[in-house]
Design a protein around this ligand. Sequence first.
Ligand SMILES: Nc1ncnc2c1ncn2[C@@H]1O[C@H](COP(=O)(O)OP(=O)(O)OP(=O)(O)O)[C@@H](O)[C@H]1O
Length: 582
Amino acid sequence: MARSQLRKLAAYLQPHWKTTVLGVLSLLIVNLVGVYIPLVIRDAVDDLQVTFSFDQVLYYVGLILALASVMWGIRMASRILLFGTGRQVEFDLKQKIFNHLLTLEPFYFSLNTAGDLISRATSDVDNIRRLVGFAVLSLANTVFAYTLTLPVMLTIDWKLSLLAIAPYPFMLMLVRLFSDRLRNEQLEVQEELSKMSDLIQEDMSGIALIKIYAQEENERRAFRQLNQQLLKANLKLARTRNTLFPLLIGIASLSILVLLWQGARAIATGALSVGDFIALLLYVERLIFPTALLGFTITAYQRGEVSIDRVESILTVEPKIKNEPDVVPLTLAEVKGRLSARDLSFTYPGAVIPALQNVSFTIEPGETVAIVGPIGSGKSTLANAIPRLLDIVSEQLFVDDYDITQLRLQDLRSAIAYVPQDSFLFSTTVKNNIRYGDPLAEQPEVEYASKQAQIHQEILNFPHQYETVVGERGITLSGGQRQRSALGRALLVDAPILILDDALSSVDNQTATQILKNLSEGTQRKTVLFISHQLAAAATADRIFVMDHGHIVQMGTHDQLLKQPGLYQTLWSQHALEEMLR
Ligand SMILES: Nc1ncnc2c1ncn2[C@@H]1O[C@H](COP(=O)(O)OP(=O)(O)OP(=O)(O)O)[C@@H](O)[C@H]1O
């Protein structure tokens, strides 16, 4: 195992070092007793050959039984301690991975699939657990078995002992020979498993699409292909293992044969007592298991090594969007809600053309601004930039007079309620979805927000009203109901700035206009950014920004823009034509 991975392993074990040390110490005691028992058996055999009495037999049986019981008890304890440490490390790592994933920006998840991340957080962590539990246990056991047993064997009969363990180096050579192959094949299995969980994940989310386009057969074929690749990888690995391990056991059995052959001669010539011979036989047998187990241990190491890399490659990703060291504190009550941009530009990583180019504007507190423009003109990018869901450079976007990159992320985001294009709902009750931003909100607050979002009446008609469970991603609700529930969620947190990114596209024009009107009324007016393709609703905003190819190309009220030649006129005449055709 490479040094960096060993360091990582030590770091995982560090919080549990006491249990680990205790476990290893127990193993030491187990091995000490394990070395002592054959000596008692030797004495018993030799003594009983000279003088035989039942009392003596009882004494030896009692002693061996007592020693074996102690050994069994401590062995149990060592397993509980070391396997327990493995479970603890597994718990810590899962927690660490999940916490770390929560710090990463949405863009990371568009590059890394959920299936792959899940596989790393589960099967890779499981491999590390085995490495910590099983491999530490068996490695310590092997080391103790050798360092304690060998010297005793050598004092009994060094020539015979060396002869008996002479085949063991071949075992290690064999293991080394196979280790690279095992490692690569293990990696292949893990990768195939990731691919498969990706496909399952994606197909289960897109099941409706598969059915509508009648692609079940194709998906079945794609799954079969991946399943076959996994099977192939697993069989390849099993073949390698099944070649290696019987070979190891075979070599180990050679030792016993050598001992039987040479030992019997030594007894015949009187060079070795029967007791010594039995003790040697027991010792050689004692060493077989840990030596053969080295093969398994090495596999566990190899798997663990790959898994440490795969897990660490998540944990070492630095979040791009994070709090600057010198953040400016901002309390929600202080925020007035002015939004401004100065030459804001943004290019998605890997893209050639910027999604936003030199965008500048100021939106006054309480103003409702609609953003319209053709598809792909940069509207959502602007919406995502304001709460820093994108990695924006400093001095380009401001809330009140604060550069957003200088604010604490939590402060900035709690000043903004944001309803994204895809109105995501969690698989819980409508009520819990609406109060997601403030889980302690009471029913009246939830209902008030729902009324503002024009969804209250419909929720009352649901089977269990606010307690109705919406199914995964809100599958049991209509698109419009989902959008208005998501809007209710944003309104409940009562942030001074509200961003609606095409969030009412499945709501009819009249309801959308009514919602917008609700938002712009009252004493506590919010700053509203209303991104929409619904021009009739957008026309009621205080001002309209027209975007095209990442630029704001026009700004003004509906009446002003209608008089200017430009994109707005074109969009509006298209809209008027569509209305007429309807
Ligand atoms: N995650 C991404 N990675 C790379 N490019 C992206 C990403 N998201 C958007 N883009 C690109 O950025 C440009 C602006 O996209 P954006 O989603 O902001 O447009 P939009 O005006 O909101 O469109 P729509 O009206 O369809 O929602 C487009 O060219 C789009 O292809």
